[in-house]
Design a protein around this ligand. Structure first.
Ligand code: PEP
Length: 250
């Protein structure tokens, strides 16, 4: 199983020219990468113009088409050769009031269109302080994946307090959460399906801490925000992962 390194560009950069430039630099500097899967997740409008690396979208609607002004459907994304879609990112939960029920509808819509959902889960700072992390993680998985028995899926553990703060999660704690995610998933999916699901980490990943989330915490990859906007930093992260032997999924 290849390790994943996913770039979430969020609402950046502000022009197509800059987007193409960043994409092409990453592509050029990572041309010798063989064992690591690189996925770029730009804003929707740049998707048709970026070629040569796997692409994902940052969100999708739960219907395929119709009178839903402003929405982008999973069918449209599939037709653009998009392979992945982030669903339930904490910024969507926070600023757009997305709850587990909405997220569940979006996951089903993505799967129906053969997109691979990257389901983001994670606790807020106050929930961590109140020792509610396990409860939140279980609820987000059980409700976000409600009535789904079969899925090609990626789960991204992104503690909200770690996103964009420089305050990344301790490797041992991250490993404990990874195991809780795996246990919860094993109650939802059968063994065959479970083996296909990747669990990745996101939250202030940089080129210094990246490989330890694979080596020490045994994640199957990384979701990178801020550091994916600088090609050199992002490629350093990819190269640090490429150096590692793939850790077998347990
Ligand atoms: C993210 O928002 O998905 C993320 C991981 O951001 P950052 O790497 O900037 O913490």
């Amino acid at each position: 199983m290849k390790n994943l390194v996913i770039a979430n560009w969020k609402c950046n950069p502000s022009s197509l020219k800059e987007a193409k430039n960043l994409f092409n630099l990453i592509k050029k500097q990572s041309k010798d990468i063989k064992k690591t899967e690189i996925i770029i997740v730009p804003p929707f409008i740049y998707l048709p113009f970026l070629k040569g690396l796997d692409l994902g979208a940052q969100d999708c609607f739960w219907e395929d088409k119709g009178a839903f002004t402003g929405e982008i459907s999973p069918l449209m994304l599939k037709n653009l050769s998009c392979k992945y879609v982030i669903i339930g990112h904490s910024e969507r939960r926070k600023y757009f009031n997305e709850n587990n029920e909405i997220i569940n509808k979006k996951i089903k819509a993505a799967l129906r269109n053969n997109l691979i959902p990257i389901l983001c889960i994670g606790e807020r700072e106050e929930e961590k302080k109140k020792k509610k992390t396990k409860k939140i993680i279980r609820e987000q998985l059980e409700n976000g994946l409600k009535d789904i028995k079969k899925a090609n899926l990626i789960i991204a553990y992104e503690p909200i307090w770690a996103i964009g703060t420089g305050n990344f999660c301790d490797f041992e704690i991250a490993k404990e959460i990874k195991n809780i995610i795996f246990e919860t998933l094993s109650k939802i999916f059968n063994k065959n399906n479970l083996e296909k699901i990747k669990i990745i980490y996101g939250g202030s990943v940089n080129f210094k801490n990246a490989s330890d989330y694979i080596k020490k915490s045994e994640f199957n990859g990384l979701l990178v925000g801020g550091a994916s906007l600088k090609s050199q930093d992002f490629v350093k992260i990819i190269k640090s992962i490429e150096k590692l032997n793939n850790i077998k999924f347990k």
